[in-house]
Ligand binder design. Structure first.
Ligand code: ASP
Length: 357
């Protein structure tokens, strides 16, 4: 997924903004194969189905990845490709829109939020629940509105209205590292239970100014490339046994694990469980406690069933999503830090992904 095709599709006389549209695949650009399965098609076919794009008063350049993919196949190497693409064109464009499958969009948006530091321009992910060729498709509205958000600037300061990695879907603009895919059967596929939408698209685009990160970045935009994929997710369920827990924590070379716990961060207090975590932490594994609940926060010590995790040195994930937690781990572990610095990096709010309790 690293060959690129450059198609310049619109260049009006006085464009309001310059946007780069990156097509990675996903349902938005899919068609049916002979077996009746949906597979990604080339962007040029998709373009023919979206003549509206030419009406936008923006300079729009499209990069299509040579082999568009179903986002179930996305990998950290693809995120690095996206970082490279944005870095090389950062100065030339006012905003970026990434067309991506919905299945892993929240992971990719979270990953990109960590890899792009001190962002001053919008990077907006969008996609669709129905392919662009379907009569009732949501592709047009999602893409056209995402482009509008990516082009929007504050009339007073000239700065981007939303200088963040976001997901636009259905009618809400969400912070990317707060979003989760919650629907596969309806159009409102994404929610952000622990953080308000950054904007809504009705007749007008309504911005929630208080929720948008408008702080002036303390330094230049940084395009990180360090990611460590030696991480895992271990989800609690009643009946989980010692062999499963140990097999998950004792993977050779494993450096980080997101522990998906119950409620406000609770897990079994059985001695074998506590011992398995203690052994892993003693070996240097970083464990982050993230709740299986979509809304609410981890509060280690609220119950006896989470106090033991705190005492062991498990990092409380507050109100972070699993998608943000696992990508944050890959990002922080990708840096050459001491164990204490790594733990501090995992605890801190890096890109608005957590509200510390
Ligand atoms: N399987 C598709 C994908 O994530 C689903 C979608 O795009 O909605 O690529």
């Amino acid at each position: 997924m690293n060959q690129l095709l450059d198609i310049n599709i619109a260049a009006p006389a006085a464009p309001e903004a310059s946007l780069l549209l990156i097509y990675t695949g996903g349902t938005i650009g899919m068609a049916y194969n002979r077996r009746g399965e949906m597979v990604p098609m080339e962007f040029s076919s998709m373009l023919r189905l979206m003549p509206e794009l030419h009406q936008f008063n923006v300079r729009l350049t499209v990069h299509s990845l040579a082999h568009p993919i179903d986002s179930s196949n996305i990998a950290p190497s693809d995120w690095l490709t996206l970082v490279g693409l944005i870095e090389q064109s950062y100065e030339a464009y006012d905003g970026f829109v990434i067309l991506h499958g919905t299945d892993t969009m929240a992971y990719s948006a979270s990953a990109m939020s960590f890899l792009l530091e001190n962002l001053t321009k919008p990077v907006i992910f969008t996609g669709a629940q129905l392919p662009v060729g379907k009569v009732r498709t949501d592709a047009r509205k999602n893409l056209l509105t995402a482009l509008e958000f990516a082009a929007a600037r504050d009339p007073h300061t000239g700065r981007a209205r939303v200088p963040e990695v976001c997901i636009f879907f259905h009618n809400v603009l969400l912070r990317g590292n707060r979003a989760k895919k919650v629907e596969s059967g309806h159009f409102n596929a994404f929610k952000s239970e622990n953080y308000p939408p950054l904007a809504r698209a009705g007749i007008d685009l309504e911005y929630n100014e208080g929720a948008i990160r408008t702080i002036v970045p303390p330094g230049p935009t940084l395009f990180h490339r360090q990611f460590d994929d030696r991480v895992s997710i271990l989800k609690m369920f009643p009946g989980i046994n010692e062999r499963v827990v140990r097999a998950s924590l004792e993977v050779p070379d494993l450096r980080g694990c997101v522990l998906e716990t119950y409620g406000s961060g609770n897990a079994p207090t059985a001695p074998w469980f506590t011992q398995a975590l203690r052994d892993a932490i003693d070996r240097g594994l970083h464990i982050m406690n993230v709740s299986q609940c979509d809304e609410g926060r981890v509060q280690q010590g609220r119950y006896e069933t989470s106090a033991h995790l705190r005492d062991l040195g498990v990092i409380g994930g507050d109100d972070i999503t699993t998608e943000a937690a696992i990508t944050k781990m890959m990002y922080v572990l990708g840096h050459p830090l001491t164990p204490a610095e790594t733990a501090a990096g995992l605890t801190r709010d890096l890109r608005g992904e957590i509200s510390l309790g």
